[in-house]
Design a protein around this ligand. Structure first.
Ligand code: ZN
Length: 407
């Protein structure tokens, strides 16, 4: 009954914070911090590449980096019970500590309604009654938990969590990212441009994968320019299960050096172990600098690596599994492996993808033989078929793994 009164009272307090979405991740209730901040009149900003959230106003200024268990609030670091997270295109923070921060700053109380999946302000009259009737039974005194049916009267649509995160669910949606495009030709060969080769292979790969039953999206299907930092964002919007960025490698130097340097290599986002890999990433990242992408840089700093560490850990195993399968499938073709075939470096295009992600350097456009092959229809078809086989084998490997989990 108390809750019913509470709901009715809300109508009289026009300024009251109502219907901020909450969402249960594992066993913890999380709140949409952007929505809560805006409801309290704070201005918010979200930097997708740096994974940095900020909310500012007169009474409260808070910020945090996604994936870490801290929120900086009015100059203090508040330790969180679980790290901040990103689901369904929304930044979530644990209700418990977030509410403590906001209650302190705004001198008010909030109610968590688990049935309606909302957090709302507890209006003073109702708050008194609830706290006097529940004070003894509530151990985490700060927030009141309501699960009455009356509270369901909320018109806010509850957030329904999509299935498990990419990398631990069935592989369905593949995002193919043909590198470069439009004003950015990528590496230039004697008879072709990188942007045209990778687009042609991407379209053929799409065909192969669709025939295998996958859903496929391309970040570009025409000769258009897209900034590096936008590409993983597009993949996130499509809720991809796997992100594959296609490129051609190139090397400067004389004829002899160019004909000797060849091979394919498949990269995951990882702190580079060799100068060679570091240089290749710098080469691909140069696009951002050349075409004014403010969210990208040529090389990731140690702090950048630290910021994305949690997410890298989450998708590492699946990214490696795909890389391993793709190398096996690709290496029977005309282009052989460069070294082990696998590498790791700070590719900007992979930063920000919330899914297993790899970058494939199909071969060297600066090597005349490999260029001829990569720009031929036959070569492009073969490359696409082989990568598609890698995707299929990755899906099967992941299925096997998921089966062991469910037993
Ligand atoms: Zn490239």
């Amino acid at each position: 009954m108390i809750f019913f009164v509470c709901v009715l009272l809300l109508g009289f307090f026009a300024e009251a914070v109502a219907n901020v979405p909450v969402f249960k991740i594992a066993d913890t209730w999380m709140v949409n911090i952007d929505s809560l901040s805006k409801a309290e009149g704070l201005s918010t900003s979200w930097q997708p590449v740096e994974r940095h959230f900020k909310a500012e106003g007169q009474k409260l200024s808070c910020s945090f980096v996604l994936g870490f268990p801290y929120i900086f609030a009015n100059g203090n670091a508040v330790k969180l019970s679980v790290p901040t997270s990103f689901e369904n295109d929304i930044v979530w923070t644990p209700v418990k500590e977030t509410v403590e921060i906001f209650e302190k700053a705004f001198a008010k109380k909030y109610v968590l309604d688990t049935n309606a999946q909302i957090l709302r302000e507890n209006v003073p009259a109702a708050a008194e009654k609830i706290s006097s009737s529940e004070a003894s039974s509530s151990s985490s005194a700060q927030i009141q938990v309501s699960s009455s049916s009356a509270a369901k009267a909320s018109t806010e649509k509850p957030i329904v969590r999509k299935n498990a995160p990419a990398g631990s669910r069935e592989v369905k949606n593949i995002v193919i990212d043909p590198g470069h495009g439009g004003k950015d030709p990528g590496a230039i060969g004697l008879i072709s441009n990188e942007k045209d080769i990778v687009l042609a292979v991407s379209k053929l790969l799409e065909k192969e994968l669709v025939a295998m039953g996958f859903n496929v999206n391309l970040t570009r299907s025409t000769d258009k320019f897209i900034q590096l930092s936008e590409r993983p964002q597009i993949a996130n919007k499509w809720n991809g299960d796997l992100f594959i960025s296609l490129h051609c490698n190139a090397i400067d130097g004389n004829k002899d050096r160019k004909s000797k340097t060849k091979g394919f290599r498949i990269y995951v986002l990882r702190d580079p172990e060799s100068e060679e890999d570091r240089a290749i990433a710098r080469h691909e990242n140069k696009v951002a600098k050349t075409y004014g992408d403010k969210n990208s840089k040529e090389e990731l700093s140690p702090l950048d690596w630290l910021k994305i560490q949690a997410r890298l850990e989450q998708y590492k195993q699946a990214s490696y599994t795909f890389t391993e399968k793709a190398i096996k499938a690709y290496e029977g073709g005309k282009i052989s492996k460069m070294g082990s075939g696998a590498g790791g470096a700070g590719f900007m295009v992979l930063v920000g993808a919330f899914m297993p992600a790899t970058l494939i350097e199909l071969g060297f456009i600066s090597n005349p033989e490999e260029e001829r092959y990569m720009s031929s229809e036959k070569g492009q078809k073969e490359m696409a078929k082989r990568i598609a086989q890698g995707v299929l084998q990755y899906k099967e490997a992941l299925n096997e793994y998921l089966k062991t989990l469910s037993h």
